[in-house]
Design a protein around this ligand. Sequence first.
Ligand code: GAR
Length: 212
Amino acid sequence: MLRLVVLISGGGSNLRALLEASRDAEFPARVVAIGADRDADGLAHAEEFGIPSFVVPFGAFPDRAAWGEELLAQLDQWDADLVILSGFMRLLPPATVRALGPTVLNTHPAYLPEFPGAHAVRDALRAGAEQTGASVILVDDGVDTGPVLAQERVPIHPGDSEGAVHDRIKLVERRLLVDVVLAIANGELDLAAVARAPRPETPAPTPGEDPA
Ligand code: GAR
C-alpha cells in the first residue's frame, strides 16, 4: 500500500477525488496526511475524511529555504512513498526537492511544456489556444519542467470562461493522477528510472527563427 501525502493551497477538488478513489479497498494507495502552505479551504476534506493535516505557512519563515526545511521536517513524519502537489502554488526549494528524491508528483492544468507557471489556464486563453491540456509530472527544481508522466489534450471552446476550461481540465487531471498512482503502485512506472533517464533537449531555434 503506497503512502501518499498531498500538499494543497486551494480548494483541493483534485485531492478530494484522490480521497474518494482511495475509499475503494482495492486502490493500492492511501492518503496518510494533507499539508498546506496556508489555511487552505481544501483542508476541510482532511477533516471530513479523518486524515491528519498540517500547515507550514510560507509567510512565517524568513525565506523559501527555511520554509522548505520545515516542510521537509513535517513530511518526514509521514514516511510517504509519494508527495503529491495538487494545486500547491509554491515552488519547493531545490534542497527540499533533492531531499525528497524522485517521489514528488505535480498536477498542472496545461499540456506541458506549454503554459508552465501559476496561471496556465489564463495564459492558454490569452494566447488564443484552441486546446490546452492536463499533465502529471515528476517534480524537479524548475518551474513545471520535470519529466511528464501522463498528459492529455483538453479542448477550449469559443467563448469559454477561465473557470469552464479549468473545470474541464480538472476532470482529466483527476483521472490521470489516479492512473499514475496506480501505475507506480503496480510497478509499471518506476520514478527512479524516469528521473535517471536522459531528458530530450529543447530544440534550438533554427537560424533566423524568432525564439519567442
Ligand atoms: C489544479 O488544476 C492543479 O493542476 C493546479 O491547481 C488546480 C488545483 O485545483 N495547479 C497548478 O496550477 C500548479 N501550477 P483544486 O485545488 O481544486 O484541486
